[in-house]
Design a protein around this ligand. Structure first.
Ligand code: ZN
Length: 175
């Protein structure tokens, strides 16, 4: 765990968040260092999921930790995640995003998805995700396609969300 560093998280309306991320060739030490940094950055924020593009690296890498605050940390790493199957039963869930701080809204997502990805050691994993895990991985995988959760909201709500973030960032910069 040594040598991890916190990287700045990009916030809306930074156009870099709209980039399409690229697949990773293999899980190298360089990728593992990025994942370590992403996890540290996510814990510090704090948040439960982070895509590499949110720290300005447009590649198909995601970290997550869905453990409750009282429980032991349970980091999860996803390289080149794919959704193999979707159970088309939609459920609303209130989402937030580290790139859109302090904005929350209900989004409909599939309740269950079958995933394929490479883990921290480069091993292929195929498994079903449900509930919060399913919601979070769909949110994070959207980032890899340049999609933010506010893109599912009305134009009015989206504009309001971006303005709110810009205002907060300006206040922070002036401190
Ligand atoms: Zn997000």
């Amino acid at each position: 765990m040594k040598g991890m560093s916190i990287r700045p998280i990009l916030t809306v309306p930074n156009p870099a968040l709209k980039q399409i991320s690229k697949p990773v060739d293999s899980v190298t030490d360089e990728i593992r260092t990025l994942m370590d940094d992403m996890l540290e950055t996510m814990y510090a924020a704090p948040g439960i999921g982070l895509a590499a593009v949110q720290v300005g690296v447009p590649i198909n890498v995601i970290v997550m930790d869905l453990a409750k605050s009282d429980d032991e940390p349970a980091p999860q790493y996803f390289v080149n995640p794919e959704i193999l199957e979707i159970v088309e039963e939609m459920k609303p869930y209130e989402e937030g995003c580290l790139s859109i701080p302090d904005v929350y809204d209900e989004i409909d997502r599939a309740e269950r998805v079958k995933l394929k990805y490479l883990d921290y050691d480069g091993n292929e994993v195929i498994e079903w995700a449900e509930d919060l895990y399913a919601v979070c991985i769909q949110h994070e995988m959207d980032h890899l396609k340049g999609i933010l959760f506010i893109d599912y909201l009305s134009r009015l709500k989206r504009t309001r969300a971006v303005k709110k973030v810009q205002k907060t960032e300006k206040l922070k910069a002036a401190e």
